[in-house]
Each structure stands twice: as C-alpha cells, then as structure tokens.
Write a protein that binds this ligand. Structure first.
Ligand SMILES: *[C@@H]1O[C@H](CO)[C@@H](O)[C@H](O)[C@H]1NC(C)=O
Ligand SMILES: *[C@@H]1O[C@H](CO)[C@@H](O)[C@H](O)[C@H]1NC(C)=O
Ligand SMILES: *[C@@H]1O[C@H](CO)[C@@H](O)[C@H](O)[C@H]1NC(C)=O
Ligand SMILES: *[C@@H]1O[C@H](CO)[C@@H](O)[C@H](O)[C@H]1NC(C)=O
Ligand SMILES: *[C@@H]1O[C@H](CO)[C@@H](O)[C@H](O)[C@H]1NC(C)=O
Ligand SMILES: *[C@@H]1O[C@H](CO)[C@@H](O)[C@H](O)[C@H]1NC(C)=O
Ligand SMILES: *[C@@H]1O[C@H](CO)[C@@H](O)[C@H](O)[C@H]1NC(C)=O
Ligand SMILES: *[C@@H]1O[C@H](CO)[C@@H](O)[C@H](O)[C@H]1NC(C)=O
Ligand SMILES: *[C@@H]1O[C@H](CO)[C@@H](O)[C@H](O)[C@H]1NC(C)=O
Length: 366
C-alpha cells in the first residue's frame, strides 16, 4: 500500500509544485491559466482521440522550433505563446490534457501555468460539440480539479494567494458566431448576443469563485474577413469582400462584452481586467496592411483554391512563399507574425485597443 501511495503522492507534489510560480526565481513572472478556443490551443485536441478539430500535422508548426506540428493552428507560435513570451516564458504553458498524462520525469515541462484552450469550443456548451472538443465550461471543470489538488498540496491560503495573482487569459466567442451563421439560426441577433453574454457571465463568475482575480480577455476579431468567410460571402453573393453581416455580430459582441466586464467588475470585489478590442485591431490591420508590414490580408497562406480557403491546411495544401507577409495562416487562423502583433498590442497598447488598462498593467498591479 505505502509503496504505491508514496510515489504517487510525490509525483503529484512535484507536478503541482511546478505549477506554483517560482517567485524567488523571478518576481516578474506570474502564473498563467489560458482558456478558450483554437486561437489559444497549444495541443489540447491532439489528446482527444476522435477530435475533428486538430492541427497536429504539417505544415502547421513549420516555423515552430524544430518545425514540429504541436497541434497549434499556426505556422509557429500562437497568441497564447506570444503572451507567455512577453511575460518572460519560452512559450505557453502545456495543455492540461498533456499534463495529466505526465509522470514526475516530465515535470520540468510544467512550469508556471496550464493551458486548457480547445480548438472549436465556444461560450455555449453546444458550440463545437460535434467536433469532440472541450467546451469552455468543461475547461473550468478541469481547472477546478487542478485547483482542488493544488489546495491539497500547498493549502488553502497559498492556493488563494497564487490564484489571485495569476493571469487568466480567455480567447473565445468566434466559434459561437460561426455556428450561428452556419446553422442559419433564426434567433434574433440581439437575443443571441444576450445568450453569449449570459454564458460569459457564468464562466467569469465561476472562475472568480474559484479564486481568479485578474482577467485578460480578448474579444472576437473581424471574423467576417477571414478567408473562409470571404469565400462564403463570395459563394452567396458572387461578390468579393468581407461577410459584413458577421462582422456586425462580432462588433456587437465586443461592445456587449465591454459593458458586461465594466458591470461585473464593479460587482466582484478585487476583480481586475483588461479587454482587448480584437475587432478594432484587425480592422486597422485589414484597412492599412502596409502600416503593419503585411502584404496580404485576405488569402490564407496555407490551403487550396480560391483565397486558399477551399481546402484545409494539410500536407497536400499550397503554401504561400513568404509567411511573414500574410495575416492569415489558414482559412481561419492568424500567422505567427499576426499573433505576435496582437499580443504586443494587448500588452503595451493604448486604450483604443485595450482597456481600461493594458495587460502589462494588469499583470503588474497588486
Ligand atoms: C526575469 O525577469 C527579467 C526582467 O525583470 C528578465 O530579463 C529575465 O529574462 C527573466 N528571467 C527568466 C528566467 O525568465
Ligand atoms: C451536430 O450533429 C447533429 C446530429 O448529427 C446535427 O443534428 C446538428 O445539426 C449538428 N450540429 C452542428 C452545429 O453542426
Ligand atoms: C488530482 O489528484 C488525483 C489523485 O489525488 C489525481 O488522480 C488527478 O489526476 C489529479 N488531478 C490533477 C488535475 O492534477
Ligand atoms: C443554410 O442555408 C444555406 C443557403 O440557403 C444552405 O445551403 C445550407 O445548407 C443551410 N445550412 C443548414 C445547416 O441548414
Ligand atoms: C464555396 O464554393 C466553393 C466552390 O466554388 C466550395 O469549394 C467551397 O467549399 C464553398 N465554401 C463555402 C464556405 O461556402
Ligand atoms: C450593466 O449595468 C447596467 C446598469 O445596472 C444595466 O442596465 C445593464 O443591463 C448591464 N449590462 C450588462 C451587459 O450586464
Ligand atoms: C488535404 O485536404 C484536401 C481537401 O482540400 C484533401 O483532398 C486531401 O486528401 C488532404 N490531404 C491530406 C494529406 O490529408
Ligand atoms: C500600458 O501600460 C503601461 C504600464 O505597464 C503604461 O506605462 C503604458 O503607458 C500603457 N500603454 C499605453 C499606450 O497606454
Ligand atoms: C472600435 O471600432 C468601432 C467600429 O469602427 C467603433 O465604433 C468603436 O468606437 C471602436 N472602439 C474603440 C475602443 O476605439
């Protein structure tokens, strides 16, 4: 009995001890917990055998260290990595589902946080369900399990102190909006946005009740302009351009989220947040690509056919010549370069892009 119990306990301790921030090593590095969809997924879905939303094959990862396709929907680092890098880490913390599989030998990989994000997921439980992904509410259930273990190992007070200083980065909402259009929903847009805000409120309150205090949130980008939706618009109307009806919903989402966070932060003592206006960031890049050194903001770098949006990014897809000049990696996702720009803007940007404070202020506040 004891023989098996002790190593089990020790490995759990080593595992969890490494999630606790090493404040003595570097007082500037906070713990980060990442939740959301494919914009922040660093391989979660690769651990779900029947998931239909995966990217763990080339040429994804072509610009990642050693060219490894890790499951990131990107040519290299995604926005979760870029944020972690700006905080002083090498990349995003590992996926929770990877962490669960580890024994003590791998604990060095588990420094300073966990990434729960799952490609295809949304705010609503039903979003992406057919793809076998981890819905946001289940990501929070996973976080709860981790928190309970942490409490067992380091105690209630240390857990609360750690979590209250941690950054909770959330990037979600696009997939809910995609499915609203894909399913030809007849629900009024106003009601749809209300249902998303109600879900967001539930998720934020759940995390808050588990000890989260610092929320770094990014709204939905101008998703009607991604290659997949430009092609959908072209198929519907015969015209070139962005799917503006979808952009209007993305903008309404951002505006409602702005109000929600303003309201909820006044009701939850000690809650602090930054909201990144992804719609406005992408709007400016798409309207003034050269100011941001992009040459192509409408076509996928990796894909097939019209706008390289008629096929997924896979081993037989076409690849653009210069990935640094493209806003989009595949038919939905930004390139590593675009993710870097987004993370820098969240971190250091002015109030037109991130408010009421930027991420660097959020992280450094006590
Ligand atoms: C610790 O923080 C400093 C900035 O204060 C940074 O230059 C350094 O790279 C960090 N160290 C590690 C190990 O990340
Ligand atoms: C999910 O699958 C069910 C049954 O196959 C189908 O009725 C439903 O429309 C699908 N949902 C979406 C969003 O594709
Ligand atoms: C929590 O601890 C139990 C054993 O007490 C272990 O089976 C489980 O995997 C741990 N969960 C996490 C999230 O670390
Ligand atoms: C939505 O409408 C389009 C165009 O009318 C149609 O082609 C498509 O099959 C519909 N999708 C669903 C899920 O009903
Ligand atoms: C648009 O039409 C093309 C064929 O012209 C098809 O390959 C593609 O899948 C369609 N895409 C969307 C998003 O409707
Ligand atoms: C924010 O609070 C105001 C005033 O209490 C209220 O009218 C509004 O409905 C709230 N909005 C949201 C999104 O919670
Ligand atoms: C890549 O996707 C295309 C569809 O555009 C498909 O026909 C092809 O078989 C896929 N290739 C691989 C290697 O999966
Ligand atoms: C972002 O926050 C930092 C504080 O960390 C502040 O010095 C800076 O002025 C802010 N950036 C902008 C553009 O407001
Ligand atoms: C974001 O863009 C929208 C639409 O152009 C605009 O109405 C809004 O004021 C902008 N938000 C900020 C914070 O600048």
């Amino acid at each position: 009995m004891a023989k098996t119990f002790i190593p089990l306990f020790l490995s759990l301790f080593v595992l969890l001890a490494n999630i606790v921030p090493h404040l003595a090593d570097n007082a500037t590095l906070p713990t980060i917990f990442i939740l959301g969809d494919s914009t922040a997924d660093v391989g979660t879905n690769s651990f779900i055998p029947d998931s239909q939303a995966r990217a763990n094959f080339s040429p994804n990862g072509v610009d990642f260290p050693n060219g490894i396709p890790t499951g990131r929907f990107s040519n290299g680092f995604n926005s979760a990595d870029q944020l972690a890098k700006l905080l002083g880490f090498k990349r995003s913390p590992s996926p929770y589902l990877f962490l669960l599989k580890q024994t003590s030998g791998h604990h060095k990989l588990l420094h300073r946080g966990v990434n729960f994000a799952s490609g295809g997921s949304g705010l609503l439980y039903e979003t992406g369900k057919n793809l076998s992904i981890v819905p946001l509410s289940d990501q929070i259930v996973q976080f709860t399990a981790l928190r309970n273990n942490l409490t067992e190992v380091i105690g209630q007070a240390s857990t609360e102190a750690t979590l209250s200083k941690a950054l909770f980065f959330i990037s979600v909402g696009s997939n809910d909006i995609f499915e609203y259009f894909e399913t030809n929903s007849t629900e009024a847009i106003e009601n749809f946005i209300d249902s998303l805000m109600s879900a967001y409120t539930t998720h934020i309150e759940a995390l808050y009740n588990l000890g989260a205090r610092k929320f770094g949130i990014i709204s939905v980008a101008k998703v009607g302009c991604c290659p997949a939706n430009r092609l959908a618009y072209k198929n519907m109307t015969g015209k070139e351009g962005c799917f503006e009806a979808m952009n209007n919903v993305a903008l309404a989402f951002q505006s409602a989220l702005n109000t929600l966070l303003y309201n909820i932060s006044s009701q939850l003592p000690e809650m602090k947040y930054s909201l990144g206006y992804a719609y406005n960031m992408t709007n400016d890049v798409i309207n003034h690509p050269h100011d941001f050194k992009f040459h192509n903001v409408d076509t996928a770098c990796c894909g097939r056919g019209i706008l390289r949006a008629q096929g997924p990014c896979n081993a037989t897809a076409e690849l653009c010549p210069d990935r640094r000049k493209y806003l989009f990696w595949d038919l939905y996702h930004p390139t590593q370069k675009a993710s870097r720009l987004a993370a820098e803007t969240l971190f250091f940007g002015p109030p037109i892009y991130v408010s009421p404070i930027n991420f660097s202020q959020l992280v450094n506040e006590n």
